[in-house]
Design a protein around this ligand. Structure first.
Ligand code: SAH
Ligand code: SF4
Length: 350
């Protein structure tokens, strides 16, 4: 006997096996998926097509615990940030509106061992990898917060706290659950996993048919070794070979994220080298102007240098966008998520 298990940690096939192992019928798993993910009912007694006996049994074998939203903040620009608490740890999730899309940015870990120098999350060592239920739970709670609004989540990016490929079993289980046809039925093509470049884990991205984003952030190994220590283990040559493989396997383009750090990654020579690196890889480029945070050695470039870099990459023929900074007033922008607050106020005056 396994004891009581969290429903949100089970992909459908595993849930079937779990129930069958306890002498229940297999089709119950689908019924439960429909109640919880389709009809948004988490209270067992409200699942009216289940017999009373089965409902009583269920209470002994499944719980429906979700991470608790301790704080929900709405930004002036429509971004919504959740601070969750689960088993003594806190982590953040962000909803980001853009045109007809509503993207949820999910966290995969509390803290991160990759220690990128420019990243606020990376300043905290890994505290814990989030469980499948905690990852699915971020999506469920955020979706439920939209119940009385006309918008719904259309896209997922794993760009919150942590390195998703450092927690790949739980991340890909969560993806299986959210994309299940009896679940939220979200298309895998609407899901992007962003990685700092854990090369050996990268095939899981194309095997799982989700999209790949890579935090490149430098135009040669020397700079990348400095800003992203993971590069010493998996240097650019290996990383870019994996990216190329992705494009061949999926016929999709890679998204390269590139943080613009004043005087470090935003110079003309960086643009020239970036073009040399990427010219044989079908890709698009997301430039992310650095978001400053307490204690950082880096600075955000001026708007003019950001635009100069942008134009230069466009002139080489890359589809390039400058990622708009969203939710900065509630510290929800890229690289600002954390679980320790060091006394910073909950809102910044812009
Ligand atoms: N760990 C994964 C997923 C997190 S994504 C990864 O690194 O890809 C977070 C994105 O925000 C990354 O592309 C990262 O390069 C970027 N980022 C981190 N800190 C930032 C900061 N202070 N300002 C702007 N972008 C930042
Ligand atoms: Fe971790 Fe990504 Fe931050 Fe690097 S940028 S420390 S991999 S969360």
């Amino acid at each position: 006997m396994l004891g009581i298990q969290n429903f949100f940690s089970y992909p459908l096939e595993d849930l079937k096996q779990y129930l069958v192992g306890l002498g229940k019928e297999k089709f119950r798993a689908q019924q439960l998926y429909k109640w919880v993910y389709e009809k948004r009912v988490q209270d067992i007694d409200s699942m009216t097509n289940l017999s009373k006996n089965f409902r009583e049994d269920l209470k002994q074998i499944l719980s429906f615990d979700l991470p608790k939203p301790k704080q929900v903040l709405d930004s002036v620009d429509g971004t919504r940030k959740f601070l969750f608490e689960s088993e003594g740890l806190t982590f953040e999730t962000v909803l980001i509106p853009a045109n007809d899309r509503l993207t949820i940015c999910l966290s995969s870990e509390v803290g991160c061992n990759m220690a990128c120098r420019f990243c606020y999350t990376g300043k905290q060592k890994l505290r814990r990898r989030l469980s499948t239920a905690e990852i699915v739970g971020q999506f469920v709670v955020a979706s439920d917060s939209l119940k009385n609004e006309s918008r719904r989540i259309t896209n997922i990016v794993f760009m919150g706290m942590g390195e998703p490929l450092d927690n790949s079993d739980n991340v890909f289980n969560a993806i299986d659950i959210i994309t299940n046809e009896f679940g939220y039925n979200l298309s895998r093509r609407k899901i992007t996993v962003s990685t700092s470049g854990l090369v050996p884990q990268m095939p899981r991205i194309w095997e799982s048919r989700v999209r790949l984003a890579v935090s490149l952030n430098a135009s040669n190994d020397e700079i990348r070794d400095y800003v992203m220590p993971i590069n010493k283990r998996y240097p650019l040559k290996d990383l870019l070979a994996a990216c190329k493989e992705y494009t061949q396997q999926t016929k999709d383009r890679v998204t390269f994220e590139y943080v613009l750090l004043k005087g470090v990654t935003d110079r003309n020579e960086d643009a020239v080298r970036l073009n040399q690196l990427l010219k044989h890889i079908p890709c698009k480029i997301n430039l992310i102007p650095f978001n400053e945070h307490p204690g950082t050695e880096f600075h955000r470039p001026s708007d003019e240098s950001i635009e100069r870099f942008h134009q230069k990459m466009m002139s080489y023929g890359y589809q390039t966008i400058v990622r708009k900074t969203m939710g900065r007033d509630i510290y929800a922008a890229c690289g600002q998520l954390t679980s320790v607050y060091e006394g910073r106020p909950e809102r910044m005056s812009l």
